[in-house]
Write a protein that binds this ligand. Structure first.
Ligand code: GDP
Ligand code: IMO
Ligand code: MG
Length: 431
């Protein structure tokens, strides 16, 4: 039995989709356990691009089982669209390849409207959410008024729950936010139709995954968002509404933590962030723009330009502490080619005092000034490197420096978006 969690070690968009696609070759079952379609995971296979918001990134490997577990919040419209597109492209030919948790909470139109209305009301204090209804859906789950996938296939239960929820949500939408209301009957009809279509995939996913373990299957958990966006440990309130850290994979999928053999943190060779919140190494100058252009740093979900900055070691050290990383998969190293000097933030200075750890208070994080170490860059195009020793000396030194300042081994180096533009140094399924 081997199981590996792949998760984001920074603020999301680290390249988890690509890494999960690569590791899927060595796994039997791939599980999404947290988040929703706020995620946008991009894979490029032989030049062909795929973006997944809900379906696990292992789906392109025929015969591998893909699970959307109970901890995920599902927008059924988005999921069905994703399923349809995949089928059009010749994938998911066997419906048995995909399983969806009966207990997963469903995103309804009022969640999306409330997400948008709240952000608008916050004005310049807004979180910069993806406007997909994620926060309001998780709130309902915790408030125990959520509508779950199992309710979509029970018309009476769904109708009753929706009626009760709309009573409150429409009151809020109309009277507090002065916006549009959600119609009752049209929503009943629309969502029960989604339920009919999703029915063949709905199962007890915790039971399924644990049975997979019993038969000796290798399980890969695909994290969403990133460690610094974790609801408990991230840069609150500039976070998402779920646990993006390793524990989330267990609670979200109904799997005991002792079943997990290793956690791999995905990190870019620099740093990016979408939405508001502290970002000490952010570059607001030409250098930041250069990284944005070269790295094509525009969101896969919302198309928003990503904020770009230097590699922040305290952030990845924090991710190591919270997730007990066995290794870092370092992505987008190719993007740094051609920059003459590179900087790595090794600590912060807050009110004139050096601090090695990520500060827990938002005010301190916002005040944190990066303490940099500079290293030499390299000019060569590294996108065709397939072995660590193919990389120019300065690039190897940069990777080694990241290992030193984070205390984590770089077990994979990614030098381009394509599946084959990858240097695997240690395979977590074999190690
Ligand atoms: P995720 O949300 O963590 O899966 O990451 P995203 O897919 O949102 O963003 C990562 C982007 O970087 C995608 O467009 C990937 O195709 C791309 N990418 C991944 N690894 C590399 C790499 O090593 N080099 C380059 N140039 N692009 C990469
Ligand atoms: P993947 O899985 C990057 C950010 C949003 C916002 C905050 C809250 O592709 O790495 P939400 O809609 O979740 O309430 O937004 O979290 N965010 C992400 N940033 N990558 C993601 O997912 C993200 N999912 C949410 O930009 O700042
Ligand atoms: Mg993404």
């Amino acid at each position: 039995m081997k199981s590996v969690i792949v998760l984001g070690a920074q603020w999301g968009d680290e390249g988890k989709g690509k890494i999960v696609d690569i590791y899927s070759e060595f796994a039997d079952t791939i599980v999404r356990a947290t988040g929703g379609n706020n995620a946008g995971h991009t894979l490029v296979v032989k030049g062909e691009k795929f973006i997944f918001h809900l379906i696990p990134s292992g789906i392109l490997h025929p015969g591998k089982k893909c699970v959307i577990a109970n901890g995920v919040v599902i927008d059924p419209k988005v999921l069905l669209m994703e399923i349809d597109r995949l089928k059009e492209r010749g994938f998911l030919t066997d419906d048995a390849q995909m399983k969806i948790g009966l207990l997963a909470n469903i995103i309804l139109p009022y969640h999306i409207l409330l997400d948008k209305a709240r952000e608008e009301k916050l004005g310049n204090r807004k979180i910069g959410t993806t406007a997909r209804g994620i926060g309001p859906c998780y709130e309902d789950k915790i408030a125990r008024i959520g509508i779950r996938a199992c309710d979509l296939v029970r018309p009476d239960t769904f109708t009753e729950k929706l009626r009760a929820n709309l009573d409150l949500k429409n009151f809020l939408l109309k009277n507090y936010f002065r916006g549009e209301e959600v119609p009752f009957q049209a929503t009943v009809d629309e969502y029960l139709a989604y339920g009919e279509r999703l029915k063949p995939y709905l199962i007890d996913t915790s039971l399924f995954i644990n049975q997979e373990f019993k038969r000796g299957a290798k399980v890969l958990f695909e994290g969403a968002q990133g460690t610094l966006l974790d609801i408990d440990h991230g840069t609150y309130p500039f976070v998402t509404s779920s646990n993006t850290t390793a524990g989330g994979a267990c609670t979200g999928s109904g799997v005991g933590p002792t079943k997990v053999s290793a956690v791999v943190g995905v990190s870019k060779a620099y740093a990016t962030r979408v939405g508001g919140g502290p970002f000490p190494t952010e570059l607001l100058d030409d250098e930041g723009q250069k990284i944005r252009d070269r790295g094509n740093e525009y969101g896969s979900t919302t198309g928003r330009p990503r904020r770009c900055g230097w590699f922040d070691a305290p952030v990845v050290r924090y991710a190591n502490r919270l997730n007990a990383l066995a290794g870092v998969a370092l992505t987008k190293l190719d993007v740094l080619s051609g920059l003459s000097r590179l900087k790595i933030c090794v600590a912060y200075e807050i009110d004139g005092v050096r601090q090695d750890e990520v500060p827990l208070s938002l005010a301190d994080f916002e005040a944190a000034k990066p303490v940099y170490e500079e290293v030499e860059g390299w000019k060569e195009d590294i996108s065709t490197s397939r072995e660590f020793n193919d990389l120019p000396k300065a690039a190897r030194k940069y990777v080694q420096m990241i290992e030193e300042v984070t205390g984590v081994e770089v077990s994979l180096v990614s030098v381009g978006p394509d599946r084959n533009q990858t240097i695997i140094r240690r395979n977590p399924f074999r190690a």
